[in-house]
Ligand binder design. Structure first.
Ligand code: GDP
Length: 456
């Protein structure tokens, strides 16, 4: 299999600009077979990162477009290898013909994430940075994009390195004392290990505590829309998402299953679940829906409790209110503000500090929801420079680091000999190294890069 990879780096479909990327041996020479510069200079001899204007060719050498191209030689490129990039018009036909020409010239199709994988393998990025690339591409709120950009610049990597270095110091000292008994090395003091372990334990605990916010930024806040049938839950979901995701009908109990959608509200990504109305029913399908809505409400970090402002409270509203009260956070949404008001807002305000009157059908009053959500989940700003854990892989590795450190701490208190403590400290280092990929587990890295789109 050729080591020279090529792919269309821009999203599928027609667009203003389309980009083809190449990475590997002879990338410049191969790209030069598909691109003829207007000036008398070959792409293969062009200086690094200098844009050339010229014609894009198909595999028979016929002109199919004009555009720009540049080369970047090792090691100063994204992948750390020799790379070339062709920028043409975003025509799927042009891109496909140019790619075919690159294949004919010796390149092969890149696999998903292969460019970034090479960047990792060549030490241009660590694993947290590679994951940040995916998160940046997938970011759905400005805060998520800024967080990912921060990680790409190394916020998390630096934090991990700081903890790592503190532990490496201890382990290096150990080795020095044990391996060179004749040298005049400071003897090992229990206090030094104790301090290093304490520091490591505090730092890893602090890091694990960031996961809630990190996950919130990248995956969204689990949010359940709760209320009796026909209060306007589906209408609210549609208004928040901005298109008709849920079917809105006048027959109570239409939303039998749960519907999920994402919406950015007040700069916070909400993972919305529209539940079946809470009502006792004989209809089996609806009964299952009700069960699911209870489950969704129990898992939610935020409940949007919907009430019909134009009708008095019913027993079913009472059930929804009771469930909503148990949620970690709740906003009460009094819907149908376009109709004459019936509900006693003052009485409701006593129960719900966050309350907002809207007309979901008319898309009115929803702007008040943004500041409430932003206040309840303040990840919108200030977190970009902070090292946050954002996925389960990182959490698992940091948790294992802590387990090792705790074992070492326990051993220390029990008077276990230093060389045995070292095993746990080195276990902690191994686990911590997995976060950035210093200690690589093939199966895990493989999975990370599979999440990429081709061309990244
Ligand atoms: P769900 O059963 O709680 O999901 O409620 P739907 O969203 O399906 O809405 C039930 C009915 O209420 C439909 O006929 C909607 O058009 C109507 N509805 C929803 N929101 C509003 C609103 O803000 N004002 C009025 N007047 N009707 C609404």
């Amino acid at each position: 299999m050729s080591d020279l990879i090529a792919a269309v780096a821009t999203a599928p479909g027609a667009g203003g600009v389309g980009i083809l990327r190449l990475s590997g041996p002879k990338a410049a020479e191969t790209a030069a077979r598909v691109f003829r510069p207007a000036r008398k200079i070959s792409l293969a001899e062009a200086p690094d990162r200098q844009l050339l204007y010229g014609s894009v060719l198909d595999k028979e050498g016929r002109v199919i477009d004009n555009g720009l191209a540049f080369v970047s030689r090792a090691p100063h490129s994204y992948t750390g290898e020799e790379t070339a990039e062709l920028q043409c018009h975003g025509s799927p036909m042009v891109l496909s013909l140019a790619l075919e020409a690159l294949f004919a010239a010796g390149a092969r199709q890149a696999l998903a994430g292969e460019f970034t994988k090479r960047a990792f393998l060549n030490g241009r990025l660590d694993l947290t940075q590679a994951e940040a690339v995916i998160d940046l591409i997938d970011a759905e709120t400005p805060a998520a994009a800024r967080q990912a950009a921060g990680r790409l610049e190394g916020t998390l990597s630096r934090k991990i390195r700081e903890i790592y270095d503190g532990l490496v110091d201890v382990s290096a000292h150990f080795h020095a004392v044990l391996d060179y008994p004749d040298e005049d090395i400071d003897p090992f003091r229990e206090e030094t290990i104790r301090t290093a372990l304490d520091r490591g334990l505090t730092a890893t605990a602090n890091l694990l505590a960031t996961y809630d916010r990190g996950r919130q930024l990248t995956s969204g806040v689990p949010t359940t829309i709760l209320g009796r049938p026909n209060v306007g839950k589906s209408s609210l979901l549609n208004a928040l998402v901005g298109y008709d995701r849920a079917i809105v009908t006048q027959i109570p109990g239409t939303t039998r299953d749960t519907i999920e959608a994402k919406a950015s509200v007040g700069g916070v990504l909400l993972n919305l679940t529209d539940t079946a109305g809470l009502r006792e029913t004989g209809d089996e399908a609806e009964r299952l829906g009700v069960q699911r809505s209870r489950a969704a409400a129990e898992e939610a970090r935020l409940v949007l409790l919907v009430l019909d402002g134009a009708e008095g409270l019913t027993q079913e509203d009472g059930q929804a209110i009771a469930l909503a009260r148990e949620a970690p956070a709740c906003i009460c949404i009094v819907n149908k503000s376009d109709l004459p008001p019936v509900l006693d807002m003052d009485a409701l305000a006593k129960d719900f500090p966050h309350i907002c009157q809207v007309s979901a059908k008319n898309n009115a009053g929803l702007e008040a929801l943004g500041p409430m959500v932003a206040k309840l989940f303040p990840t919108g700003s200030g977190s970009e420079g902070e090292a946050l854990l954002t996925n389960a892989r990182q959490v698992e590795a940091v948790t294992r680091t802590r387990e090792n450190l705790l074992r070492a701490q326990e051993g220390l208190e029990m008077g276990v000999p230093p060389d045995l403590l070292l095993t746990d400290i080195e276990g902690a280092l191994d686990a911590l190294g997995e976060v950035t990929g210093t200690t690589v587990r093939e199966d895990i890295t493989g999975r990370i890069f599979q999440r990429f789109c081709v061309g990244k």
